[in-house]
Write a protein that binds this ligand. Structure first.
Ligand SMILES: C[S@@+](CC[C@H](N)C(=O)[O-])C[C@H]1O[C@@H](n2cnc3c(N)ncnc32)[C@H](O)[C@@H]1O
Length: 362
């Protein structure tokens, strides 16, 4: 059995199932698994100009039929479930050849699917023979150990990075090309399925916290390790091919961690719990003050009991903002704005930070 210190920022060279079995129960916060696809490609694929297209023909992708592939996947997925913390989560990526098998096995093992993300590739390779549609996506299953897990999802951060719109389950990210693609001594791509850094950035940033331990049991060129280090998370990789292990280590050694508010999840910090009455007591808000919507079309007034009046009803800020929006519930802190002598036209919510001493106008 490995000790915890053997697992932090390490690449283990070996077989995924054997090595996973040596990891203690519930030690991992997040797993990203990019297993062999069992592509079953035979023959040579030719581009339209007659040159050979190098797809996935590697020995590590070969199995003697579905029974062997399913047994292999059952075993590593079972071990992943054991080593994952109660509230951790796992991402498994695959293509049409294997993703349905993986999803079936995962559901049978009790995993709870949160999303199936479509990784849409604007620069996917064509279907050279013109016999099918161009295959331009892969699927990621994002799952917890069970339905009740309190997993990490950095919702506000992802919304912020998506132009302040709720992020969706189709991700447009180009396949890994150019300088990002790791080359062997012959100058050719070292690995046939190196994943783009942007994909791992999104996976790791959305579902982990700084300092978390991220496991990748099929490490390849170490994309998971490189991005974990960049985002101030720890990594553990398992990979059985020595040349990939060496390339991954070299790659990770060259990564400089980023330290900013996005990576440190500053947007996820819960607002201070300060009720309206406290704001009135402190003088930050006065009875009779006007509260507006952000376009200054609606104007309500603050009442003595910490509610608001629209001239007809006296309601809480939540109920009144819901009334204006024709909804049953709404968050009044995000709805109302005030004209403040010192800070100008600001969200009502800001007053709670000012009350706590944590808001500056700079
Ligand atoms: C699809 S690739 C992963 C690529 C990786 N995500 C990247 O960005 O470079 C799968 C990797 O799993 C490795 N592999 C296959 N079977 C394995 C096993 N039983 N144990 C450990 N590694 C294995 C292969 O050598 C290959 O590098």
């Amino acid at each position: 059995m490995y000790k915890e210190k053997d697992l932090i920022n390490k690449i283990i060279k070996g077989d995924a199932i054997e090595e996973l079995r040596k990891i203690p129960d519930e030690t991992i916060d997040l797993i990203f698994a990019d297993p062999p696809y069992f592509m079953q490609t035979d023959g040579i694929l030719l581009r339209t100009d007659g040159t050979k297209f190098s797809g996935v023909e590697d020995e590590w992708d070969k199995f003697n039929g579905y029974n062997e592939y399913d047994e292999f996947c059952f075993n590593w997925l079972k071990e992943c479930k054991r080593v994952l913390k109660k509230n951790g989560s796992i991402w498994v990526i695959g293509s049409f050849q294997n993703i349905y098998r993986l999803g079936y096995i995962m559901q049978n093992l009790g995993y709870w699917i949160l999303n199936d993300i479509i990784w849409s590739k604007p620069n996917a390779a064509p279907n050279f023979s013109g016999t099918r549609f161009k295959n331009s996506h892969e699927t990621l299953l994002w799952c917890t150990k069970d339905k009740n897990a309190k997993y990490t999802f950095n919702y506000k951060t992802m919304k912020h990075l998506n132009n302040d719109k709720q992020d969706k389950s189709v991700w447009d990210i180009g396949i890994c090309i150019g300088n990002e693609r790791i080359k062997g001594e012959d100058g050719k791509k070292l690995h046939s399925t190196q994943k783009p850094e942007k994909l791992l950035y999104k996976v790791i940033l959305s579902s982990s916290k700084p300092g978390d331990l991220v496991l990748d049991p099929f490490f390849g060129t170490g994309t998971t390790g490189a991005i974990s280090k960049m985002l101030n998370r720890n990594f553990l990789g398992i990979e059985r091919e020595e040349n990939y292990v060496n390339a991954a280590q070299k790659r990770i050694d060259g990564v400089i961690p980023i330290d900013d508010d996005i990576i440190n999840l500053k947007l996820e910090v819960k607002p201070p719990k300060v009720p309206m009455k406290k704001l009135i007591e402190s003088g930050l808000l006065k009875v009779g003050d006007n509260l507006y919507d952000k376009n200054k079309i609606i104007c309500d007034t603050v009442t003595e009991d910490g509610n608001v009046s629209d001239g007809n009803d006296i309601l809480s800020i939540h109920k009144m903002s819901a009334k204006h929006k024709g909804l049953t519930n709404n968050n009044g802190w995000d709805y109302y704005w005030i004209e403040d002598l010192k800070y100008g036209f600001i969200e009502l919510d800001r007053l709670r930070y000012i009350y706590e001493g944590g808001y500056s106008n700079e």
